[in-house]
Write a protein of this length. Structure first.
Length: 220
């Protein structure tokens, strides 16, 4: 079996992070930790966190740093991540979160941060056609829907347009990305952890590019 890895994947909404992270999680046999999925699960379960996060998410804003850092800190303490590593999808999203993550992972630092690079005009088109399973988060699109009706191929859940993929929220989320998350690219470059990978084209080819970038780092 391939050795594990501690990974962060950055990229605009709609860059294909979710799809690629699922594949990387299988390839390296490490848990896929998607903070957006964790928050959506909390919303569905009606927990205190879910109630606080719902409106913020629907508006396309960011959940406060201290809340997110708490969630990720707790998750990274579980044995599955300390054993083989993990892939973080959707965290960090601000410099304050990156600083907190560096402190949390001081004993076992990140191996590499992938920036999945897809230009804004391309992600805008992808997001408008994106549909997702309300139960497991699997992504589809209007041009590649699930096999039977709008029911998830994975779990049978209903496949719908996410509230935060509606046009107003998309605009807001992309603006938040440029203002708050894009600075992380320089931040990780300065720490010599960044690999920029072209996220356009066939998803299998993108996965291959990412794996090559990660393995080159780990062997260096
Ligand atoms: P995603 O599925 O990654 O696009 O996340 C959906 C929404 O969850 C985001 O638009 C934010 O409102 C919230 N969210 C997820 N991860 C974070 C994070 N690291 N920091 C702040 N908010 C987050």
């Amino acid at each position: 079996m391939t050795s594990g890895a501690r990974l962060v994947v950055l990229g605009r909404q709609g860059a294909g992070k979710g799809t690629q992270c699922v594949r990387l999680s299988r390839h390296y046999v490490i848990p896929h930790i998607a903070t957006g999925d964790m928050l959506r699960a909390a919303v569905r379960a009606g927990t205190e966190l879910g109630r606080r996060a719902k409106q913020i998410m629907d508006d396309g804003d960011l959940v406060p740093d201290e809340v997110m850092v708490g969630i990720v800190d707790e998750r990274l303490e579980r044995g599955d991540t300390t054993h083989r590593g993990y892939i973080l999808d959707g965290f960090p999203r601000t410099v304050a979160q990156a600083e907190a993550l560096a402190a949390i992972t001081e004993a076992r630092p990140l191996d590499v941060v992938i920036d999945l690079d897809v230009p804004t005009e391309v992600v805008l088109a992808r997001l408008a056609s994106r549909r997702a399973c309300v139960d497991c988060g699997t992504n589809y699109s209007t041009s590649s829907p699930p096999r039977y009706g709008w029911r998830c191929d994975n779990c049978g859940g209903e496949v719908v347009q996410r509230d935060d993929d509606k046009p107003e929220a998309i605009k807001h989320r992309l603006a938040a990305y440029e203002a708050k998350t894009a600075p992380l690219i320089e931040w990780y470059k300065d720490r010599d952890l960044l690999e920029v990978v072209d996220g356009q084209g066939d998803p299998d080819e993108v996965t291959q590019r990412v794996v090559v970038a990660i393995d080159a780092r780990r062997l260096a």
